[in-house]
Design a binder for this molecule. Sequence first.
Ligand code: PLP
Length: 410
Amino acid sequence: MTATLDTATLARLAGEPVDWRFKGLPPAWSGRSPAQICAAAPDLFEAGPLGPVCVLRDEALTHNLATMARWCDRHGVQLAPHGKTHMSPQLAARQLAAGACAVTVATISQARTYRAFGVSALILANELVDVAGLRWLASELNDDPNFDMLCWVDSVRGVGLMTDALSAAGLRRPLDVCVEVGAAGGRTGCRSEADVDAVARAVVGSPHLRLAGVSGYEAALGHDISPAGRVPIRDFLSTMRSAVLRLADVFETDDVVVTAGGSTHFDLVAETLTGWPDGLTVRTVLRSGCYLTHDDGLYQRTSPLAFTPALSVWAQVCSAPEPGLALLTLGRRDVAFDQDLPIPRGFPDSTVTKLNDQHAFLRVGPTARPEIGDWIEFGVSHPCTVFDKWQMIPVLDAGNRVVELVRTFF
Ligand SMILES: Cc1ncc(COP(=O)(O)O)c(C=O)c1O
């Protein structure tokens, strides 16, 4: 089942005038709404962006959405894309239109953002022990009978805190939860079978929670896709499978969910967490987020599918003070640097060696001749930490015409 979102709220967003709040955009667009700008389909680079400027490519987004949707269909899995990647209701709308069953979030604030746009189904891929957050969630669930929410739990104490807070908030229908399976050296999640079973029993004993499935995040163990690197990932997913089988008679919903999968190992998730015994119906839900834009670094090295990079940042050479060194108007404020430094496109023998807050140091190779004033396009590594640096991102067609202006909310 696909989730829905409120298109009228999205349309209102497209009517809000743009101005100096949105870095990178051409000053001439000030006072006009995204709807008006996109109706004129201006060429971004002729319109005079104030570099650096982050862009998305429409064709690549469409390709990645269709590729992932086809793959999920073929493998009998559903997709609840991680919305923390972009925090953009407009991009979530594209994902829902391509068949996504829900939007995943990492925090209760992110859940609020997507609920403000009427997203009807959310997975909070995290523990929720915040009393104010639980109070807000209870009122959302009470007010909207069509809102589906799934949270994770990994401790008996957490189950107790949730139960008390939901009870105090007057929750009138149970909140669905998955028991999270973890692994030594990983992140959240129960570390032993005994812990999984004890947490599951505690959920069953709670009047405000319903045991709906089993969850986990295999990439908390790493992104190594070598055969040796995949061994712990397979083991982890097998542990999740065992938990589903062991708890088969304990789940309290007909719709049992098993959810795992970022954008690196989702092929192993489909391999390990489908094909259930007769009589046990399980919905396998992936939560990949970075597949949507893909990248030129981490995910290009590790994705199991041929996605196309859709996200890049353009910057200008502003100085060339020494032979072999160019400085660009691109810094830590503008681009990801947690996985790899940005990758200059069209300059294969040049590399970014360092980023300051507002500068990139480009070590220029022997064949490259970037001149002061030149614009260079940079591919990125790890889309999540690029999106959070941009509040409005133009989506360009193949001719660099602006077809959408995507808002993010971090
Ligand atoms: C719990 C969880 N699920 C899914 C994802 C999505 O993975 P990716 O960013 O590789 O798309 C993440 C990303 O950090 C995550 O933390």
